[in-house]
Write a protein that binds this ligand. Structure first.
Ligand code: ZN
Ligand code: MN
Length: 151
């Protein structure tokens, strides 16, 4: 089984709930809805995209509420934030640790490539520079399968 499959969205939801409870945060139905979306994080959603999804079930939810819970989860290391200078930040709650991404410049889709060579690359970088690597950010940009078809 690939390593990434260990983090099912159910496990991640459970972990996020446990972290919030251990910090005495109340789990409101709205918060739970946000957590469920982030635990799945299928498309690395932006705050605005989370907001649109949550509003289907909870029309009175404010964008500020979503921003707050996202900031909180980030603070608690339960969320990986991908910042972009000209676009909305995107979030991965399924894998809240650094990992490489592949990003479609046309439709803005973000995926997690399954890499076997990445640990080797990290070791080589550490060996050649003498750095102790703590964090990394590795993005590949291009056109996804769907966007290549309509080009
Ligand atoms: Zn695309
Ligand atoms: Mn990811």
């Amino acid at each position: 089984m690939p390593k990434d499959d260990c983090n099912t969205s159910g496990d991640r939801l459970y972990q996020m709930l446990a972290t919030l409870k251990s910090h005495d945060f109340r789990i409101t139905p709205q918060r739970l809805a946000v957590l469920k979306i982030l635990a799945a994080s299928e498309d690395h959603p932006s705050v605005e995209q989370i907001y649109e999804k949550v509003r289907v079930e909870f029309p009175t939810t404010s964008l500020a509420t979503i921003y707050k819970i996202v900031a909180l989860l980030k603070e608690l290391n339960e969320l990986l934030e991908l910042g972009f200078p000209d676009e909305s930040n995107r979030y991965d709650g399924k894998k809240p640790f650094p990992h490489p991404h592949v990003i479609c410049t046309k439709c803005k889709k973000i995926m997690d490539p399954e890499l076997t060579s990445f640990d080797e690359l990290k070791e080589e970088i550490a060996r050649k520079t003498g750095f102790r690597i703590i964090h990394h950010r590795l993005d590949f940009f291009g056109l996804c399968r769907e966007c290549q078809k309509v080009e």
